[in-house]
Design a protein around this ligand. Structure first.
Ligand code: SF4
Length: 137
């Protein structure tokens, strides 16, 4: 991981759990435009995790398992559907009490500028993304 105070690069990994692709595209623009952001090769090497999509039923178990492995880094919820399932009708992290998020960024989609600002604001070590802090290492 590369997160440090000052001008160090922050590596991000986006977890698409069934999004329409709109917020993922905005995340890509944010990373491309901001010299202090870069893509992580995997969620295990990321400084910050970004969740997009309403977490469809097939995605839920693998997503929770991944958080148990890498949930000691900030998790940012990007876009309205990841928050509460809108406009898809249901879903979003709000259905699960066990997941802790550092920030929710509303919008459908949200903007690259807002995404970059949220990443920079939340990159400092924070509350683990899964409530019991269980890790499978
Ligand atoms: S919040 Fe809207 S634009 Fe973003 S992924 Fe969900 S449906 Fe697409």
């Amino acid at each position: 991981m590369a997160t440090q105070p000052g001008n160090q690069t922050i590596s991000v990994y986006a977890l698409n759990t069934g999004s329409c692709g709109g917020c993922d595209r905005e995340i890509a623009v944010a990373v491309r435009k901001d010299d202090r952001l870069e893509w992580a090769r995997s969620p295990h090497t990321a400084d910050v995790l970004l969740l997009t999509g309403p977490v469809t039923s097939p995605c839920k178990a693998p997503f929770l398992q991944l958080l148990r492995e890498v949930g000691d880094r900030p998790l940012l919820v990007i876009g309205r559907c990841a928050m509460d399932g809108s406009p898809f009708g249901k879903g979003g992290f709000s259905e699960w009490g066990e997941v802790v998020v550092q920030h929710q960024l509303d919008g459908c989609p949200t903007t690259p500028e807002a995404i970059a600002a949220a990443i920079h604001a939340q990159a400092a070590p924070a509350v683990p993304a899964i409530a019991d802090g269980t890790r499978d290492a």
